[in-house]
Design a protein around this ligand. Structure first.
Ligand code: PNS
Length: 194
């Protein structure tokens, strides 16, 4: 038996180096969440998603149990504004099972961000439950840049409401809307910090 070097064809000629496959063609991924509000950490994951998939659908869960800061319509608007003109990103809402929604919109992948080990257990359970519900849908985890590993919508809201700066944590449109909506309470908190 003749041993061939890696990259060598059966006839002994060099095989052209395989082009790195960083993108799957016609692929649609769903990026689900509450996005109350969308943060720069989310944007980082969306960018990473777009480097692998052709289209990313940002799917906002309509959750009647929670009392959000922004209504679903406001969250849709903020994300649309952030991705204005980018045809690779769609914004939508869903209720019911995520895998049913993914199937309906023709997505075979769910993208989720993993910031730290603390995210892992919940994400692992969700991924396995989703696989049980629909084995055709795969969950892909993406790690944000380290600088976003501590950023969450919940902390952004808290910091803003207590008068701290959030300008490097959320898109400008979100910061503006936070100020419009909750500016008075924040102004009082800013004064109290002095
Ligand atoms: O931003 P979040 O709150 O971490 O997002 C959670 C979300 C929306 C991904 C999750 O709650 C979800 O998928 N809900 C839909 C209901 C569902 O499919 N549940 C069963 C799968 S675990």
């Amino acid at each position: 038996m003749t041993l061939r070097a890696k990259g060598q064809k059966r006839d002994g000629r060099e095989r052209p180096r395989a082009r790195a496959r960083t993108r799957t063609h016609g692929s649609v991924a769903v990026y689900p969440g509450s996005f109350d509000p969308i943060t720069n950490g989310h944007l980082d994951i969306i960018e990473r998603g777009l480097s692998v998939f052709d289209e990313v659908i940002i799917a906002i869960l309509v959750n009647l149990d929670k009392s959000p800061l922004f209504t679903v319509a406001e969250r849709v608007e903020l994300i649309r504004e952030t991705y204005k003109g980018d045809r690779r990103v769609r914004v939508d809402t869903f209720s019911g099972l995520l895998v049913d929604y993914a199937e309906r919109v023709g997505a075979s992948v769910i993208v989720r961000g993993l910031r730290a080990i603390s995210d892992f257990e919940y994400e692992f359970q969700m991924a396995l439950m989703n696989r049980r519900l629909n084995p055709r849908i795969e969950t892909v985890f993406m790690m944000p840049a380290e600088g976003f590993s501590y950023v969450s919508s919940k902390l952004v809201k808290e910091v803003f409401q207590l008068g701290g700066p959030v300008n490097e944590l959320v898109p400008a449109v979100v910061e503006r809307r936070l100020t419009e909506k909750h500016g008075a309470a924040r102004a009082a908190a800013v004064r109290a910090r002095r």
